[in-house]
Design a protein around this ligand. Sequence first.
Ligand SMILES: NC(=O)c1ccc[n+]([C@@H]2O[C@H](COP(=O)([O-])OP(=O)(O)OC[C@H]3O[C@@H](n4cnc5c(N)ncnc54)[C@H](OP(=O)(O)O)[C@@H]3O)[C@@H](O)[C@H]2O)c1
Length: 407
Amino acid sequence: MTEESTKIAKIWSLLNCRQDPGALDVGTARRQTPGGRKKRSGPPSFCLLFLAYPISSSTIYFLTPGSRKMLSCGVCTSNVQLSGKVAIVTGANTGIGKETAKDLARRGKCTCSQLTSADVSPLTVIVMVLPRLGIADWFPFRWFTGARVYLACRDMQKGELVASEIQATTGNSQVLVRKLDLADTKSIRAFAEGFLAEEKYLHILINNAGVMMCPYSKTADGFEMHFGVNHLGHFLLTHLLLEKLKESGPSRVVNVSSLAHHLGRIHFHNLHGEKFYSGGLAYCHSKLANILFTKELARRLKGSRVTTYSVHPGTVHSELIRHSTALKWLWQLFFFFIKTPQQGAQTSLYCAVTEGIEGLSGSHFSDCQLAWVSSQAGNETIARRLWDVSCDLLGLPMDCVSSSIMD
Ligand SMILES: NC(=O)c1ccc[n+]([C@@H]2O[C@H](COP(=O)([O-])OP(=O)(O)OC[C@H]3O[C@@H](n4cnc5c(N)ncnc54)[C@H](OP(=O)(O)O)[C@@H]3O)[C@@H](O)[C@H]2O)c1
């Protein structure tokens, strides 16, 4: 046998779960059954499965409108324009955050994509030409572009690349990158300090960044990574920016949670996973914390002009599964039914811009509509206790939000 055919034989024998690849004759392979009977070898069953899967799922996808609707449902149809507004999106250098930032940047009073032939006038010509001349930042021209969007990223290089991409595709030059590492409270404080010094207003805060299924590790301040980044990091960031949000009202805070919160529990005696730890469950706990935070924040902000929402974006193709090989396989296998990041951004956008949902502050959304939460997530006692514990861990006064409303 040549070297190549030996290699093929080895691969084939591995696929057939054979112990002795050398004993294989590729052309007339026969498998020894446990009873000693020889049986003609066919393709192994899981090879058949691999063939059957794409065929059956593509058939379902193309023949059943229902399955396609499942993917495309939940579209933010609001055409609210954000000229002159200021937004922050955390974790905006990739995935859902990037698409969210792009859409916010695109929502100008008059961007090229929204122009119709009826709009053609000297004004629209100016609007279309100015960004290309690099003077779109000049007042009052900036009112024609979308929101000023801050991409809050831990990796500045990745952030800058994405900012240039968004600027090029939207024509909005006010897409700015600032360093924010949610795994370090010093970095969060530095980000907030810089932002507060730089900006007069904040209208939309999208707490989007997240980690999933990390091997056991801790943040710079000693918090378990999922709890620290997904919950405590955003909890602190929101607190530091809250006065600005209030001054800029009406304003909104959107917390990107997950359906996975249904498996979450807040184990107050094991918040940092020191007694027991599972990466998958730690993610679920942190996503439950996102919903509890949203509800408690809404309760405390009642009467202010700041509203808050939590969101399940759907199952989305992104880098979130980077720590799990099993999930990477599953995502490949079920790719037909997994949303693109742009589809995943729709519910965050819906909560950030749709008019008339202020009365639903504190609610949870999925596919751009109200969604059920677990009984734990609806438990006010747990929400209050988590609030107090989070303030304690971060060195914040427990009544900081309600007291400042009364001021
Ligand atoms: N994808 C899904 O199916 C799904 C489902 C439900 C909920 N979600 C939620 O959706 C949100 C966005 O996830 P995604 O799917 O877009 O995932 P992704 O592609 O992995 O994006 C996550 C973002 O968070 C950033 N990030 C991670 N750790 C950070 C830290 N310490 N400080 C600052 N930024 C940090 C990442 O930055 P780097 O690029 O530098 O790592 C990245 O920009 C997450 O909250 C996730 O829990 C996603």
